[in-house]
Design a protein around this ligand. Structure first.
Ligand code: PLP
Length: 402
């Protein structure tokens, strides 16, 4: 038989626009580190890279589950004790019209499943700009055109309601609301939550409420669940152990479907069908869910104290540094300063990494408003590391943009 000519195996076209700047940048950082430079990592939102530890009692719960033989496949929806704990958490969040709950491998999988179960070719979904890039990556994978609404920097990064309204078309099926927000650190006001709920109600939109940071509120704001404000509107609320409970490596997230029972029935069944097709979420780690949600919450005051001090340091630096301005973050552990520079923020970020070994992520990686330049800071490192990084950034800007 004549040998066939070997052909390059190329990635599918649907991946052409799939990007995840946060991890893409880590590849360059690894190269710099290999050359012997110490990276100041302000790029990845993993508390375990810094002085934060998973609470011991939730580790114990997983360990016990493993020893008790919970090592086979779990039910596709999740183990009963975890589902009960999530339902109880929904009640604490004020969500009264829960129709279904399920456990996934991180909120990342919840997002994938929920978007896949909803959207048909030609539909669209409103996502914030700037956004957490997982949403656009999944929409690109599904071949769904992006339909972004602006977060208004002049209004503390609250959603721009006029823009949301303008972007709703006949094929708009839903809206993503990330609260507290990544990358801006904004916490939505009650007025905003109510206004978005009303827009969703009037336009038959499903709301995807990403509340993975709901316990990381730095000031006196109340984190309001949109599902609590709008019990009649179809909402999927996302939560997980990665951030509030400092266990991102366990890959545990969940979804809470709420709204009118008849209205969400078929969609919730669609989600369950997909959950069955992927078998189950990590099994022993699910036993950490009741331990986390119903056990001691002692780690939270300490986490919040550290984050407040680091946020304040970040703001002190940004207000005293030329060409930098920053809306003060009020939740999560991200800041999204604006920079006034004569080149793209992607160039800024790359050069900063190469010259000062400070790793931040460019605003363009979060689909920011065209014509603006930003970068995202993760303020999880301790004060000494942050101080070093901020001096490095100020130094870099002084010499590069005289
Ligand atoms: N949603 C937001 C807004 C996030 O910032 C993240 C992670 O950084 C995720 C979802 C994904 O979380 P998980 O670790 O549960 O997949």
């Amino acid at each position: 038989m004549p040998a066939t000519q070997s052909r390059e195996v190329t990635a599918a076209h649907r991946l052409d626009n799939v990007r995840y700047a946060i991890r893409d940048l880590a590849v360059i950082a690894e190269e710099v580190a290999r050359k012997g430079h110490k990276i100041l990592p302000l790029n990845i939102g993993d508390p375990l890279n810094f002085d934060f530890q998973t609470p011991a009692h939730i580790i114990e719960a997983v360990y016990k589950a493993m020893k008790d033989g919970k090592n086979g496949y779990a039910p596709s929806q999740g183990v009963a004790v975890a589902l009960d704990a999530i339902r109880a958490e929904a009640v604490r969040k004020g969500i009264t019209s829960v129709q279904d709950v399920f456990v996934t491998n991180g909120v990342s999988e919840t997002v994938d499943v929920c978007l896949t179960a909803l959207l048909n070719p030609g539909d669209n979904l409103l996502t914030p700009s700037p956004d957490y890039p997982l949403y656009s990556a999944i929409l690109n994978k599904l071949g769904i055109e992006l339909n972004t609404y602006s977060l208004n920097e002049d209004d503390g990064w609250q959603p721009d309601l006029i823009d949301v309204h303008k972007k709703i078309g006949p094929r708009t099926r839903g809206i993503v609301l990330i609260n507290p927000n990544n990358p801006t650190g904004a916490v939505c006001t009650r007025r905003m939550i109510e206004a978005i709920a009303e827009l969703a109600r009037r336009n038959n939109l499903v709301i995807f409420a990403d509340e993975i940071y709901d316990k990381l509120i730095l000031d006196d704001d109340q984190q309001i669940s949109i599902a609590a404000v709008a019990p009649d509107v179809p909402v999927v609320t996302f939560g997980g152990l990665s951030k509030n409970y400092l266990a991102p490596g366990w890959r545990i997230g969940w979804g809470i479907v709420s709204g009118d029972a008849a209205q969400v029935k078929s969609y919730a069944e669609g989600i369950q069908r997909l959950l069955r097709a992927r078998l189950c979420a990590n099994h022993p780690e699910q036993y950490a869910i009741p331990a986390a949600l119903e056990g001691p919450q002692d780690h939270l005051p300490e986490v919040l104290n550290k984050l407040r001090a680091r946020r304040d340091l970040t703001m002190k630096w940004s207000t005293s540094t030329p060409r930098v301005s920053c809306v003060a973050p009020r939740g999560a552990f991200y800041a999204f300063p604006r920079i006034d520079i004569p080149e793209g923020d992607d160039v800024f970020v790359k050069e900063l990494l190469l010259q000062k070994n400070v790793c931040v992520v460019h605003g363009s990686g979060f689909g920011q408003k065209p014509g603006t330049q930003h970068f995202r800071i993760v303020f999880l490192p301790n004060e000494e590391t942050l101080q070093k990084a901020y001096s490095g950034i100020a130094d870099f800007m002084r010499t590069r943009y005289k």
